[in-house]
Design a protein around this ligand. Structure first.
Ligand code: ACO
Length: 375
């Protein structure tokens, strides 16, 4: 029997989804039918989270109800803070956040008694809890790196303003909050990427949503996936300035290095999220008066286009944007977690609604059957 092996599952359609549609031909990304660019311009991240979970944007009343619930769930349980404090300061923030999510699962009393893990409403409740608590976890992971104490959430602030308040101890100007909110919306969902697929595989065994998210964080950490936004910042620091971009790229390509922030498994003609995030980066560059950042961005982008015709992905503009906002580089991928929790959990609920255990086959190419050389 000859079986076709599709390495990396490239080109393999494994299931249906109504959460988002990626269309590389038209260079579009739709969340529940809405173009992501429009959502980023016209909606808040909370509204987009609601859309991903429920399939429709909230009415005014639904938005208010959701807002109240989300704000009430923001304060971090002391046990989670203690668990974070027990970790070494050198631990990567991705590991800190992954551990904190795992602790949240262990603390959720409903998991001990609940044997119907397929329950949609319970999964939804847990998803909102994760959505509401991740900003506190990520913000604290950033603050402890700087020897700073936990900042309590404010329930008079919207999601992004509160996130930045908990991270930096103050609410920055609107232009910064808006750019951050745009990044959260753009990172929220992207169909069957590696981390979402990981979440769906775990959910398909009827495990719980905390386990699915913990696994997804592990998948997101790698530099071929979410870890690229952090890696982009290292590239920017290595290159230094726009004038050095061409020489740096020539040397990197000669060494056969992958240039972080470029290329995509699905989009071969440019990532549809990039223009929106590049605009947000532009507003930050203007706000902080850092034109050299955009100059370097464009110099490297043009050099890469000329050398290999490979276009930037979302991590390329978001890396320098998070840097300008004041986040440490190791925090960039944890920010991606806070955004993607919405997409991951929407997919977990979708997986459970028509579940089939995900269990592919492999083609064995090890030794033929043989005797164990022991009496
Ligand atoms: N730098 C240099 N060359 C590249 C890059 C890159 N960033 N991306 C692709 N290529 C080249 C490959 O070397 C390969 O060339 P070859 O045919 O001469 O060997 C060709 O383009 C095809 O590349 P693949 O790696 O086979 O493409 P694949 O679809 O498997 O990879 C991936 C996609 C992993 C994203 C790749 O482009 C990459 O490693 N990029 C850098 C990491 C990155 O930015 N990841 C973020 C992904 S998006 C996100 O998570 C928001």
């Amino acid at each position: 029997m000859t079986e076709e092996i599709r390495k990396g599952l490239a080109g393999v359609v494994v299931d249906r989804t109504a959460v988002s549609k990626v269309n590389p031909e038209t260079n579009s990304l739709l969340y529940r039918g809405y173009p992501v660019q429009q959502l980023a311009e016209r909606c808040t991240f909370e509204e987009v989270a609601y859309l991903l979970w429920h399939g429709e944007l909230p009415t005014e009343a639904q938005a208010l109800e959701f807002q109240e619930l989300e704000r009430s769930l923001r304060p971090l349980d002391g046990t989670v803070k203690d668990a974070i404090d027990a970790l070494p300061l050198e631990a990567h923030p991705m590991d800190v956040v992954r551990t904190a999510v795992s602790v949240l699962g262990a603390l959720d009393g409903t998991l001990q008694t609940d044997r119907t893990w397929i329950d949609h409403d319970l999964t939804q409740e847990r998803s909102i809890r994760l959505f509401a608590q991740l900003p506190a976890i990520v913000a604290y992971a950033q603050r402890r790196l700087r020897g700073e104490h936990l900042v309590e959430p404010r329930d008079d602030l919207a999601y992004s303003a509160n996130f930045l308040h908990m991270t930096f101890g103050e609410v920055p100007e609107k232009v910064v909050v808006d750019a951050f909110d745009v990044s959260m919306i753009l990172y929220a969902e992207h169909s069957f990427n590696a981390s979402t697929f990981t979440a769906r595989v775990i959910a398909s065994t009827l495990s719980d949503v905390y386990s699915a998210v913990t696994g997804a964080i592990g998948a997101l950490k790698g530099p071929l996936h979410g870890g690229a936004n952090e890696a982009v910042q290292h590239v920017f620091e290595e290159v230094g300035e726009a004038a050095g971009a061409q020489a740096w790229l020539d040397a990197a390509l000669a060494e056969k290095r992958k240039i972080m922030g470029f290329g995509h498994r699905v989009y071969k003609n440019g990532d549809s999220r990039v223009p929106t995030m590049k605009r947000a980066l532009g507003t930050l560059v203007e706000h902080y008066d850092r034109p050299e950042v955009l100059a370097l961005y464009e110099a490297l982008e043009q050099a890469m286009d000329a050398a290999k015709s490979i276009k930037p992905n979302l991590d390329y503009p978001s890396g320098p944007a998070y840097n300008l906002m004041g986040f440490d580089t190791e925090m960039f991928t944890p920010l991606f977690i806070a955004a993607r929790i919405t997409g991951w959990t929407a997919h977990v609920m979708e997986q459970l609604s028509a579940n089939a255990l995900i269990r592919p086959l492999s083609l064995y190419d090890g030794p033929e059957e043989r005797e164990v050389p022991r009496a």
